[in-house]
Design a protein around this ligand. Structure first.
Ligand SMILES: *Cc1c(COP(=O)(O)O)cnc(C)c1O
Length: 425
C-alpha cells in the first residue's frame, strides 16, 4: 500500500529526482523549492474531486470541502496582492493568459507583447504558441544600447497597430518593469493592459517590485516561480472584470479545477503573507546582486550590466562558448542553469549566446551573498575550461559540499538500501 511497493519504477524515478534536487545547485530562474506543506497539500484525495464552477455555485455535488479550500486560496491571494478579484483555477501561467485573451479578445484581434527573443514569453504572441496563432501579434523589444524596454517603440507600435491588449511582463528581463508607463500607453490607444508577473510575483507580493495591481486591467501569474507555491496559474483583476474572467477560465478554456493544486496555492499564499517571506524575497534580490557582482568580477558580461530582480543574463558572445555548451558543462558540475537567447542574439534558441541564472531556489536553501560569490567563481572556473573533466570534477566536489551545508528536503530522502546517483548527461 505504498508507491514504493506498487510501482517501484515510478517510485525510483521520483526518488532520483529528490536526489537530483538535493545535490545540485538549482539556478534556473523560473524554479524554486516548494515547502513540504505545499507539496503535501498537492498529494491527496482532492485529486479525486470534480468541482466545475466556483465556490457556492458548482456543477457537482459533494463540493463542500473543495469550496473551503478554494475560498481560502482566493481570500489569501486577495489579501496578499491587494486585489479585488482573484481566480485561482488556471492550471498554469499560459492558461491564465489564455483565459484573459479568451474573455476579452476575439480571434484575429491584435495583441502587443514583448518579443520572445528579447525576454518575453511564448504566450505573449509568439508564432509557435496559440497566442500568435489565434491573434495578430505584434512585438516590442529592448533598446539596443541600454537593453532596457524600448518605450518609444511600445508607444509607436501601439499607435500604429491599435492593439486590443498590451502585455507587460517577461521571462528573461533582469530589470524593474514600469507598469505605469505601460498603462499610460495602453490608455492612450484604448487598449487593455495585462501585466504578466509570472517571474516576479514573489517580489511583488513582498512589495519589493512595483505592483501592477490597481494599475493594469488584468494581472496574470504562475504560482511556482518566485512565489514558491505549486505549479499553477493565477488571474487578478479589477472587480468589474470578474464575471467575464470567471466564465473565461471555466467553461471557457478549462474543465474541472485541480483542487489539490488549489490547496497547494492556498498554503503557499499563507506562507507568503508571513514576514519571513518578505525577508526571503529581499535575500533573493540581494543574492542575485551578489551573483551579478561575482560574475562581473570573473570577467562575464551581463545583459543590462546587472540586475534589479531575481535573475540575470550572462552574455557569452565574447567568451567563445555558446549557451548550449555552457549549460552542458555547468550541468556536469552539478550547476543547473538554462541557455537563453540574449537581445539581438545572432544564434538561435537551440544554441544561444546566453545563460539565464536565478537566485530563488538557492535562497530557499538558506544561501546568502557569501555563497553567491563562491558560486560565481565556480561558474567562471567551469566556463574557463568547459572540457577539462578534472576541473569539472573538482567543482562538482565543492557543489556537493555546498548542497550538504545548505540541505533541502531532508525528510524526502529514503536512506536505507538506496544509493544516490546523479546522472551526468
Ligand atoms: C513562466 C511564464 C509563463 C507560463 O507559465 P507556465 O506555467 O509554464 O505555463 C507565462 N508568462 C511568463 C512571463 C512566464 O515567465
Amino acid at each position: 500500500m505504498s508507491l514504493k511497493m506498487d510501482d517501484p519504477d515510478v517510485y525510483q524515478a521520483i526518488q532520483s529526482e529528490v536526489i537530483r534536487e538535493k545535490y545540485t545547485l538549482n539556478m534556473i530562474a523560473s524554479e524554486n523549492y516548494a515547502s513540504p506543506a505545499v507539496i503535501e497539500a498537492q498529494a491527496n484525495v482532492l485529486t479525486n474531486k470534480y468541482a466545475e464552477g466556483y465556490p457556492g455555485r458548482r456543477y457537482y455535488g459533494g463540493c463542500e470541502y473543495a469550496d473551503i479550500v478554494e475560498e481560502l486560496a482566493i481570500d489569501r491571494a486577495k489579501k496578499l496582492f491587494g486585489a479585488e478579484y482573484v481566480n485561482v483555477q488556471p492550471h498554469s501561467g499560459s492558461q491564465a493568459n489564455m483565459a484573459v485573451y479568451f474573455s476579452f479578445l476575439k480571434p484575429g484581434d491584435t495583441i502587443l507583447g514583448m518579443d520572445l527573443s528579447h525576454g518575453g514569453h511564448l504566450s505573449h504572441g509568439s508564432r509557435v504558441s496559440f497566442s500568435g496563432s489565434f491573434f495578430d501579434s505584434v512585438a516590442y523589444g529592448l533598446e539596443q544600447g541600454s537593453q532596457i524596454i524600448d518605450f518609444t517603440q511600445v508607444s509607436d507600435l501601439a499607435k500604429k497597430h491599435r492593439p486590443k491588449i498590451i502585455i507587460a511582463g517577461a521571462s528573461a528581463y533582469p530589470r524593474t518593469i514600469d507598469f505605469e508607463k505601460f498603462q499610460d500607453i495602453a490608455s492612450s490607444v484604448d487598449a487593455y493592459l495585462m501585466a504578466d508577473i509570472a517571474h516576479i510575483a514573489g517580489l511583488v507580493a513582498a512589495d519589493l517590485h512595483p505592483s501592477p495591481v490597481g494599475v493594469a486591467d488584468f494581472i496574470t501569474s504562475t504560482t511556482h516561480k518566485t512565489l514558491r507555491g505549486p505549479r499553477g496559474g493565477l488571474v487578478l483583476a479589477k472587480e468589474q472584470y470578474g464575471a467575464k474572467l470567471d466564465k473565461g477560465v471555466f467553461p471557457g478554456i478549462q474543465g474541472g479545477p485541480l483542487m489539490q493544486i488549489i490547496a497547494g496555492k492556498a498554503v503557499a499564499f499563507a506562507e507568503a503573507l508571513k514576514p519571513e517571506f518578505r525577508a526571503y524575497q529581499q535575500q533573493v534580490i540581494n543574492n542575485a546582486r551578489a551573483l551579478a557582482e561575482g560574475l562581473t568580477a570573473s570577467g562575464f558580461e551581463l545583459v543590462t550590466g546587472g540586475t534589479d530582480n531575481h535573475l540575470l543574463l550572462i552574455d557569452l558572445t565574447s567568451r567563445g562558448i555558446s549557451g548550449a555548451e555552457a549549460e552542458i558543462a555547468l550541468g556536469r558540475a552539478g550547476i543547473v542553469v538554462n541557455k537563453n537567447v540574449i537581445p539581438f542574439d545572432k544564434k538561435g534558441p537551440k544554441v544561444t549566446s546566453g545563460l539565464r541564472l536565478g537566485s530563488p531556489a538557492l535562497t530557499t536553501r538558506g544561501m546568502k551573498e557569501k555563497e553567491m560569490k563562491v558560486i560565481a567563481d565556480l561558474v567562471g572556473k567551469v566556463l574557463e575550461k568547459p572540457s577539462d573533466e578534472k576541473n569539472i570534477e573538482k567543482v562538482k566536489g565543492i557543489v556537493l559540499e555546498l548542497c550538504r551545508t545548505f540541505p533541502i528536503y531532508e525528510h524526502l530522502e529514503q536512506k536505507e538500501g538506496w544509493q544516490p546517483h546523479i546522472v551526468v548527461s
